[in-house]
Design a protein around this ligand. Structure first.
Ligand code: G6P
Ligand code: ZN
Length: 551
């Protein structure tokens, strides 16, 4: 048995360690500063109740991005020194965020959909014993600890773990044994589909599930070998960044020979986000969760006894609301951030939830789950085609979405992102919009001066959420302008960027008339877009004449 000792190291607070929407995300160069990661990890251990640390089992893994390997070794040594009994590490440090949610607590090393590499992003977040991201109560405590930290503990003489080889290694420290358990990350998840993993961790799951278990052709997988820098790409599954898949599905500017496949999907770096595509057809994430909810009971055995309720984040379109109303389901609107769904699921009032930011999931775990979303869609397609095994009357993704619009109406939806805007300018724009809300007649006067073909604003506010389970209150969660015809304009600052500020503008319009649900979405939304840009003085405040990304 190898023995180790515990060293106490003096340290001092480092600025800027406040976790955002989903953990702490910064440039690798920031994380490599002496003591930077150490401070954050110790601040996290100190924020947890001692029983969650001493004698506990935790997971440490992630999407395999650059700097993960070093970070894993540091965290293992700090866990040993802080009295943790056992650390589980996915082989090669790989574990998707949803698979990590099956563990009862641990560090997930990812910056999700942000690029990776020596000059790109690294990230770390702590998930709690319910498998979900730490709630604000804990992340606030972690942050407070980082501002007063004086010391951290590390087992410097613990040998580096060989994370490429499956197996358990035991060590003996001052407080007893400490085990490092390297496990096969896909095995654990599988106990529970054309696919673009964008070189993220989804690749290892996709091979196992879609090819080995479901018999798909290996040629249907794109970019399924994880890379530290995601092949230089931006591992975010949307129409801008999943270019290769978009072209294959017949949605790109260039076209390939032959017919595109009927179904396509992509995941982000840590495999919790998803994008669903049909042949020459894009399913918005807001529609996706609504359609899954509307079809779940018939198509997905896990839900056959009914849905306990459904939930969406505030900026996500109201397509899910209409389904909830029609099917008489409990419905919740929460702030942006998956952590807000966890309490609802633990309380047994939410089965399916989703966000406009390409996140969809269910109460099988406490994270969004890209592969689950794909399996949910495949189940719906299989159910709708069960009497059609010959394939002559194939019900396609497009058919399913269009039928949905015919039944429930369509929520035209788009999001404009202004990335890396000067932080001060972004704050000023938000402050301006808050002030503007004070008088609705003034707002409507300005809007009528811009366009006469949009309806009146009937309510404007800053979204505030009171968690129905624990009563906690989250303020300043985005500015809403709600129109008489159900249209909405929402302005928010992103909480996941690693530099400057990102302004997100969400634009939505409800169309009940089924003869008008087939329009091009950018065209249908043009009047509201014009109103949003002029009302907010976007160009004046930011100097930007166009968004960085439109989704
Ligand atoms: C992460 C979170 C999501 C959130 C998304 C967008 O993926 O897990 O819950 O919707 O970030 O966050 P942002 O603050 O950048 O809009
Ligand atoms: Zn992610």
């Amino acid at each position: 048995m190898v023995l180790f000792t515990v060293s106490r190291k003096e340290t001092a607070p480092i600025d800027g360690q406040k976790p955002g929407t989903s953990g702490l995300r910064k440039k690798v160069t920031v994380f490599k500063q002496p003591s930077y990661l150490h401070n954050f990890v110790q601040a996290t251990f100190n924020a947890l109740s001692p029983s969650k640390v001493r004698g506990a089992t935790i997971v440490v893994s992630g999407d395999g991005r650059y700097f993960s390997k070093e970070a894993i070794q540091i965290i293992i040594k700090m866990a040993a020194a802080n009295g943790v009994r056992r650390v589980w590490v996915g082989q090669n440090g790989l574990l998707s965020t949803p698979a990590g949610s099956k563990a009862s607590g641990g560090f997930i090393l990812t910056a999700s959909h942000n690029p990776g590499g020596p000059h790109e992003d690294f990230g770390i977040k702590y998930n709690m014993e319910n498998g979900g991201p730490a709630p604000e109560g804990i992340t606030d405590k972690i942050y407070a600890n980082t501002t007063t930290i004086k010391e951290y503990f590390i087992a410097e003489d613990l040998p580096d773990a060989d994370i490429s080889t499956i197996g358990v290694t035991s060590f003996e420290g001052p407080e007893g044994s400490f085990d490092v358990d390297i496990f096969d990350s896909t095995d654990e998840y599988v106990k529970l589909m054309n696919y673009d993993a964008l070189h993220g961790v989804a690749g290892i799951y996709a091979k196992r599930i879609f090819v080995e278990d479901l018999g798909a052709n290996e040629g249907s997988l794109l970019n399924c070998t994880p890379k530290e820098d995601f092949g230089g790409g931006h591992p975010d599954p949307n129409l801008t960044y999943a270019k290769e898949l978009v072209v294959r599905m017949g949605l790109g500017k260039t076209t390939l020979e032959g017919e595109p496949p009927e179904f396509g999907a992509a995941a982000d770096g840590d495999a919790d986000r998803n994008m669903i595509l049909g042949k020459r057809f894009f399913v918005t994430p807001s529609d996706s969760v609504a359609i899954i909810a509307a079809n779940a009971v018939q198509s997905i055995p896990y839900f056959s006894s009914g849905l306990k309720g459904v939930a969406r984040s505030m900026p996500t379109s109201a397509a899910l609301d209409v389904v909830a109303k029609n099917l008489n389901l409990k419905f919740f609107e929460v702030p942006t951030g998956w952590k807000f769904f966890g309490n609802l699921m633990d309380a047994g009032v939410c089965s399916v939830c989703g966000e406009e930011s390409f996140g969809t999931g269910s109460d099988h775990i406490r994270e969004k789950d890209g592969i689950w979303a794909v399996l949910a869609w495949l189940s719906i397609l299989a159910f709708r085609n069960k009497d059609n095994l010959g394939g002559d009357k194939l019900v396609t993704v497009e058919d399913i979405v269009k039928e949905h619009w015919a039944t429930y109406g369509r929520h035209y939806y788009t999001r404009y992102d202004y990335e890396n805007v000067d932080a001060g300018a972004a704050k000023e724009l938000m402050a301006y919009l808050v002030k503007l809300q004070a008088s609705l007649p003034d707002v409507n006067k300005i809007i009528k001066g811009i366009r006469t073909d949009v309806s009146d604003v009937v309510q404007a506010d800053e979204f505030e959420y009171k968690d129905p389970v624990d009563g906690s209150i989250s303020k300043h969660q985005g500015i809403r302008y709600l129109f008489g015809d159900g249209s909405r304009l929402i302005f928010r600052l992103s909480g996941t960027g690693s530099e400057g500020a990102t302004i997100r503008l969400y634009i939505e319009q409800y169309e009940k008339d089924s003869s008008k649900t087939g329009r091009d979405s950018q065209e249908a939304l043009a009047p509201l877009v014009e109103v949003a840009l002029k009302l907010s003085k976007m160009q004046e405040f930011t100097g930007r004449s166009a968004p960085t990304v439109i989704t």
